[in-house]
Design a protein around this ligand. Structure first.
Ligand SMILES: Cc1cc2nc3c(=O)[nH]c(=O)nc-3n(C[C@H](O)[C@H](O)[C@H](O)COP(=O)(O)O)c2cc1C
Length: 312
């Protein structure tokens, strides 16, 4: 028997697999058994009701997806009155993802959202900070630490800080989030990208730029998960390009305690279930008694030396 549980701070999950925010919703209930998931992470909620970005919002790019959805949101009241009660029927812990455009607004939103039934808050600090010219909070250490501290002060729930990969040194932002009181880090949100239609000379996305996600991004985000795991002592939840059991194992070996699956669920709606089943089988085949033993088990040989930026 493989012990499949993992702990993220004070929360124990039945297994390490959960959805990435915004890539999962109630509409998947007929397709997958929600009770098999390690946790349920809901779409990011904003303080205001939002329509989202202009169309087109998604374009495909070789083993990746470029999307600019713009966080359409039904607001906190809908979340508390409809979403939380809906998910109460399922056993996995519910994680509420939130974003706001000022430090203060983050605090107010989290105080509203942190109701009974929600077990942790995922702070999507990869979103624009209106006090910082619209640069994402998680692009800089000061705003990261301030936002997480404000959120932490607004609730007793554990805080998972979701970082952006659009930074030069993610380890220093990870340390800032930890200093602000984050209980775990989600590494990471989407890579900023753009695509142009060479026949029309027009951008392929209505918002010009969007987030690149999916398997093609895995080496970049995996590297960041590894760097964050070495930089902080709080748990890491890996998220970026995970589509197979091997992808999940790689993230855990790099130091992740748990993983999130996003784009892969659009291709195979049962991707998370396949990974859960495959991970159990992988552990049995490898003689691993506890899935948690994979975390940080990367074996380094001659390459165990300070990573150089210019590795090529
Ligand atoms: C269509 C779409 C919507 C998303 N919406 C959100 C969101 O609301 N909040 C958030 O934090 N991340 C959002 N993300 C980012 C994902 O949660 C995840 O971080 C990203 O897709 C990387 O994982 P992947 O490569 O497995 O897709 C979204 C991604 C996609 C593709």
């Amino acid at each position: 028997m493989v012990d499949f549980s993992v702990t993220i701070g004070e929360i124990t999950l039945a297994n390490p697999v959960m959805p990435g925010s915004g890539t999962f919703s109630e509409v998947m209930e007929p397709v997958i058994d929600f009770n098999r998931l390690g946790a349920i992470v809901t779409k990011t909620v904003t303080p205001e009701i939002r329509e989202g970005n202009p169309q087109p919002r998604v374009t495909e790019y070789k083993d990746a997806m470029l999307a600019s959805i713009g966080i359409p949101s039904k607001g906190p009241d809908h979340y508390v009155d409809e979403t939380v009660p809906y998910y109460r029927q399922f056993t996995p812990p519910l994680i509420a993802s939130v974003q706001a455009d000022t430090v203060e607004a983050f605090g107010v939103l989290v105080a509203k959202i942190g109701v009974s039934g929600v077990i942790a808050i995922e702070a999507n600090i990869s979103c624009p900070n209106m006090e910082q010219d619209g640069r994402a909070f998680a692009m800089e250490c000061g705003p990261t630490e301030r936002a997480i501290r404000r959120i932490k002060d607004s609730t007793d729930l554990p805080i998972w800080a979701k970082l952006t990969p659009n930074v030069g040194d993610i380890a220093e932002v990870a340390r800032a989030a930890e200093a602000g009181g984050a209980d775990a880090l989600v590494v990471a949100n989407a890579l900023l990208g753009m695509a142009i239609d060479a026949t029309t000379f027009r951008p392929k996305l209505g918002n010009l730029m969007g987030g690149l996600t999916g398997p093609a991004t895995k080496p970049v985000i995996l590297r960041m998960a590894y760097q964050c795991a070495r930089a902080v002592s709080i748990p890491i939840i890996g998220c970026g390009g995970i589509a197979t059991v091997a992808d999940a194992v790689e993230y855990m070996l790099a130091g992740a305690t748990a993983i999130q699956v996003g784009t892969a669920s659009f291709i195979h709606p049962d991707a998370m279930i396949r990974i859960i089943d495959g991970l159990a089988e992988f552990c049995r085949q490898q003689g691993i008694g506890r899935v948690a033993d994979l975390t940080g088990a990367l074996k380094l040989g001659n390459e165990d030396r300070p990573a150089r930026d210019a590795a090529i």
